[in-house]
Design a protein around this ligand. Structure first.
Ligand code: AVJ
Length: 323
């Protein structure tokens, strides 16, 4: 009775421990921040799926159109017998589109932190491709992880769709590409989706949908903190804010405190000024030139680029530089 709620290392798994540590670090910083990878609990993953269907949210539709339209061309870049390793797989829609066009792929290895999503999507893939070896890996793909032994002898093709790379700072994006090169090994190919710089009105609309789904997705991070870290944050005291920062070529998402207030998170009191924000996400946009310049310094040679008719989005094929 009356004991402060505290997150104890012996009570929780390692990843929850990471979550507590990262949330405390972010909320005690100035400006305050939270890592976007924590959006994707079960509810967040569902909300993100809803985002991909919004009329304003063009990236998923544009990328799927590219994968369909150029499927044969893209498949031709993948060595026969390769294992397709998907970083942060989420929904398997895009992978299934690619797999349908590339029957010579021998194994599919989705890597994701959401176990529910991973199991559900692996089943979908097995149903559609009964001959394919499907080997899900539950891991945070931004950290080193082991590939299943079964793919040790196969050539590896990475698949990183969705412009998830846009969540990284440019120097982190470069570090991620090097990390992927390390995991995938010699002779690897990387098929990557990269969102492009465009009219800010299109970008602003995509992250400020009229139905308010992106706002719910953003605010769900606070629901997760309340549930998992014994916090008492009043969601109605925060609002969603998203805008394009044209100096840095990125969409920024924030949660803005409507009033001056104190909240309790994992036994700590956190103060907010009226209007103070928590920076929850950056979504960097690249030009074909700026991404083309990033790859060679990060262990990869660009070999092909495909775009949709609007030039809103790109899918790019990179080949590992020899070491
Ligand atoms: C999954 C990181 C590509 O940046 O567009 C969508 C996430 N955030 N709406 C993106 C997101 C708000 C998305 N990525």
């Amino acid at each position: 009775m009356g004991a402060p709620l505290r997150v104890r290392a012996d009570e929780i798994g390692e990843s929850e421990n990471d979550f507590a540590r990262d949330v405390i670090a972010g909320l005690t910083s100035r400006p305050k921040w939270l890592l976007p990878k924590y959006f994707y609990d079960a509810a967040g993953a569902r909300l993100f799926d809803d985002i991909t269907l919004l009329p304003e949210y063009y990236p998923t539709r544009a990328e799927l159109a590219i994968l369909r339209e150029h499927a044969t061309d893209i498949a031709r870049r993948i060595p026969p017998g390769a294992a397709l390793i998907e970083f942060g797989s989420g929904s398997s829609n895009k992978a299934r589109t690619l797999l349908a066009a590339a029957p010579a792929i021998a194994a599919y290895v989705p890597v994701d932190i959401s176990p529910e999503m991973l199991a559900q999507e692996a089943d979908k893939v097995r149903q559609q491709f009964p001959q394919l070896t499907v080997l899900p890996v539950e891991a945070d793909f931004t950290k080193p992880f082991d590939l299943p032994e079964a793919v040790a002898g196969m050539s590896r093709t990475g698949f990183f769709p969705g412009s998830t790379i846009g969540n990284f700072e440019p120097h982190e994006a470069s570090a991620f590409l090097r990390h992927a090169r390390q995991i995938l090994g010699r002779g690897a190919v990387l098929i990557i989706g990269v969102d492009l710089v465009k009219d800010p009105a299109v970008l602003n609309a995509a992250y400020n949908d009229l139905a308010g789904v992106t706002a719910k997705f953003n605010l769900n991070l606070l629901t997760r903190i309340n549930r998992e870290l014994g916090a008492n944050i009043d969601l109605s005291a925060f609002c969603h804010r998203a805008f394009y920062n044209s100096e840095r070529n990125r969409i920024e998402m924030h949660l803005a405190s409507k009033t001056r207030q104190k909240v309790r998170v994992a036994g700590r009191m956190i103060d907010f000024r009226a209007g103070e924000t928590i920076h929850t996400e950056n979504s960097y946009k690249y030009t074909l030139e700026s991404f083309g310049a990033l790859a060679p310094g990060s262990g990869w040679s660009p070999t092909a680029v495909w775009t949709d008719d609007n030039r809103y989005f790109s899918v790019q094929a990179l080949v590992a530089q020899d070491d």
